[in-house]
Design a protein around this ligand. Structure first.
Ligand code: FAD
Length: 426
């Protein structure tokens, strides 16, 4: 495992820091106010933040950092994924809106570069790079999430067009996106993985109904999207007829690399909250002013143990990150270690969410303006289910580790070879 930057990595980090220092404000490492600022809970705020994100994307583009992993001829920097990730690592320390275009820049763009036709690249890549057009991923359905290949939205050829009908759900940013990349069934007579095609869809097309879903924390992150005989041109097909599963795997691979990047919370913010609630973390028996304490009570001892565990988890995540990065630097394919990493990330968010609530005591029940922390920490508790479900659930990651690392017998998959139309469906 390599812990230090290679000379090439160090040079890129220096370049990235110079650019960021010149164009953005560094945020204090233990300041948690940005966490609240980055959690919009109204669609209007989301729209406003999207415009700010587009401004920042254009600043990055002008400085050559618009999409570091894309090829130079498409406006990128031509860096390998491990080198491109250095910019994102540094960007996290600055007060900028960095992740609004993640689906487009890190998932759709690279997928189009792998499977798109020349006219599709010509039409879509530059607006995406400039932050002019936002994209969403129209894969999951009410009956197809973990078993994505069981999707039932259908696309039927009619002359020069395809007619799409069905329903998607969980579609991140569908209420903001101009375009979506959609999976639909184009041949029900063959086994499920082989009868799927991918389409590029203009979200303003007649027959598309986007219904935002409000989450438990009040935010609107995703929508359900209904397709009622939506007509798209045959040139919307990407990767070829019935070749959509390959397109989906490419995109899901890029999604997996994108997940685990950004952190919802960092160690200094956790420690600050503990200090604010009277848990001594710097010296046993002393309070935050340094004055001696009469004796640690049981609650303080438990909280300290919680903090020690969270610190250990964060360190483990750091080392798992090094392992993934070392594999990528050496050009080794990423295998089940990405599942191990994803489980470690989601396990951390489950743990930290619960500890943040217990540190706050009764204050954890406060929300919004009533909460002196603006609902940030309670929001992190409520948001823990996003990483535990999105991008493949914890249980599915455990299946992958069980099969590919521990060598356990694979799950029975009787539906793999039968034609889709013969499969029992709810
Ligand atoms: C924050 C977030 C953002 C998302 N964004 C998008 C998006 O932009 N576009 C998109 O298309 N989708 C998106 N998704 C959907 C996501 O990919 C699915 O939620 C996920 O794949 C799980 O599918 P499901 O919700 O249908 O659950 P199901 O697959 O129905 O699973 C239900 C439960 O059964 C368990 N389970 C299922 N199969 C197995 C098995 N074989 N073995 C053991 N347990 C199993 C699961 O672990 C889970 O606990 C998003 C989800 C989240 C949480």
């Amino acid at each position: 495992m390599d812990f230090d930057d290679t000379p090439e990595e160090a040079a890129i980090r220096l370049d990235a820091r110079r650019f960021l220092d010149a164009h953005a404000a560094r945020r204090p490492v233990d300041d948690s106010s940005h966490l609240a600022a980055h959690r919009p809970n109204t669609i209007e705020a989301d729209r406003r933040h999207r415009l700010e994100a587009a401004d920042w994307q254009q600043t990055k583009l002008a400085g050559g950092w618009g999409a570091p992993a894309w090829p130079v001829e498409q406006g990128g920097r031509g860096l390998g994924p491990h080198l491109a990730a250095i910019f994102a690592e540094e960007e996290r320390d600055y007060d900028v809106r960095a992740r609004y275009f993640q689906v487009g820049l890190e998932m759709v763009g690279p997928t189009l570069l792998a499977h798109g036709s020349a006219p599709q690249l010509e039409r879509f890549l530059q607006p995406l790079l400039r932050g002019d057009e936002m994209w969403c991923q129209l894969f999951s359905e009410p009956g197809a999430g973990s078993d994505l290949a069981g999707l039932a939205t259908r696309a039927v050829r009619d002359g020069d067009e395809y007619v799409i009908s069905g329903q998607k759900v969980w579609t991140t940013a569908a209420h903001l996106a101009e375009f979506g990349i959609l999976l639909a069934r184009t041949d029900p007579d063959v086994p499920k993985h082989r009868g799927i095609s991918a389409f590029l869809v203009d979200m303003s097309t007649q027959g598309i109904d986007v219904r935002p879903l409000r989450q438990i924390d009040g935010a609107v992150h995703f929508s359900e999207v209904f397709f009622d005989e939506v007509r798209v041109g045959a040139d919307a097909l990407v990767g070829g007829l019935n070749a959509g599963w390959g397109v989906a795997l490419t995109m899901l691979n890029f999604e997996r690399s994108a997940i685990g990047g950004g952190g919802m919370i960092e160690w200094p913010q956790i420690v600050n909250l503990a200090r604010d609630h009277g848990v001594v973390v710097s010296a046993v028996g002393r309070d935050r002013t340094g004055a001696p304490k009469s004796g640690a009570d049981a609650g303080v001892v438990t909280a300290r143990q919680d903090l020690a565990r969270l610190w250990s988890r964060l360190e483990i995540l750091r080392f798992l990150g090094y392992r993934v990065r070392t594999a990528i630097t050496r050009g080794e394919p990423l295998g089940p270690e990405s599942s191990v990493m994803k489980l470690a990330v989601s396990g951390f968010y489950e743990d930290v969410g619960n500890v943040l609530m217990s540190l706050q005591g009764a204050d954890g029940m406060l929300w919004g303006d009533a909460d002196p922390n603006g609902g940030v920490y309670t929001g992190i508790f409520l948001a823990q289910w996003a990483p535990r479900i999105g991008g493949g659930t914890d249980q599915v990651q455990r299946n992958i580790i069980g099969e590919r690392v521990l060598g356990l017998p694979p799950e029975a998959r009787p539906d793999k070879a039968a034609p889709f139309k013969d499969l029992p469906r709810s």
